[in-house]
Design a protein around this ligand. Structure first.
Ligand SMILES: [Zn+2]
Length: 184
């Protein structure tokens, strides 16, 4: 049977079978992605490092098929999502960063990239085989912002009450920042 997510197979075969892959993985299952998250978290004091960051879920589904009724042009559609631990570049606190990517991929090797239009992204393949796990990993890496930050200024810099079972930490700059915010 093998592992549909991990096995490298011809794209044409995946498309003919209409292969659907449900993704229920963890960040730690993707070496490059985990490496990026890990180097980002390395900026944190060890006592702030989220435990179990490798266990964050990676979910989604991939659907292989054809763009056209004549089954000439194989395509991949789907979506992938993950919530990873990251360091806010504004307040330098850890937070949960949501990554999400919608996939509508048309292989460049099909020679029909003109067909792609706005509906599909052209997909550069080294040859006519694909490893679905690589696509999942690549699209999550692409979904990462250049500078990860808290979504809202309110959460940014404030102590996360959900995590406050740890011993209180003195954070003079956060206090100063909230005073500045109140003043103007
Ligand atoms: Zn922040």
């Amino acid at each position: 049977m093998g592992n549909p997510l991990r096995d490298r197979r011809p794209l044409a075969e995946l498309a003919v079978q209409g292969q659907v892959i449900e993704i229920t993985e963890k960040i730690g299952d993707f070496e490059r992605l985990a490496g990026i998250v890990e180097s980002d978290l390395a900026a944190l004091d060890p006592d702030k490092l989220p435990r179990d960051w490798r266990d964050s879920a990676v979910t989604g589904r991939l659907v292989f098929g054809f763009m056209d009724a004549q089954q000439r042009v194989a395509v991949l559609e789907g979506e992938v999502a993950a919530t990873v631990d990251a360091v806010c570049q504004r307040c330098l606190e850890p937070f949960r960063l949501v990554l999400h990517s919608e996939l509508r991929l048309l292989p460049a090797t099909s020679g029909d990239s003109a067909l792609a239009g706005d509906a599909f992204d052209v997909w550069e393949l080294d040859d006519d085989t694909v490893c679905p796990a690589d696509i999942v990993e690549e699209s999550l890496i692409m979904a990462m912002p250049l500078a990860a930050m808290h979504d809202s200024g309110e959460a940014c810099g404030k102590f996360d009450t959900e995590a406050s079972d740890a011993s209180p930490t003195t954070r003079p700059f956060a206090t100063l920042k909230s005073q500045l915010d109140e003043n103007g």
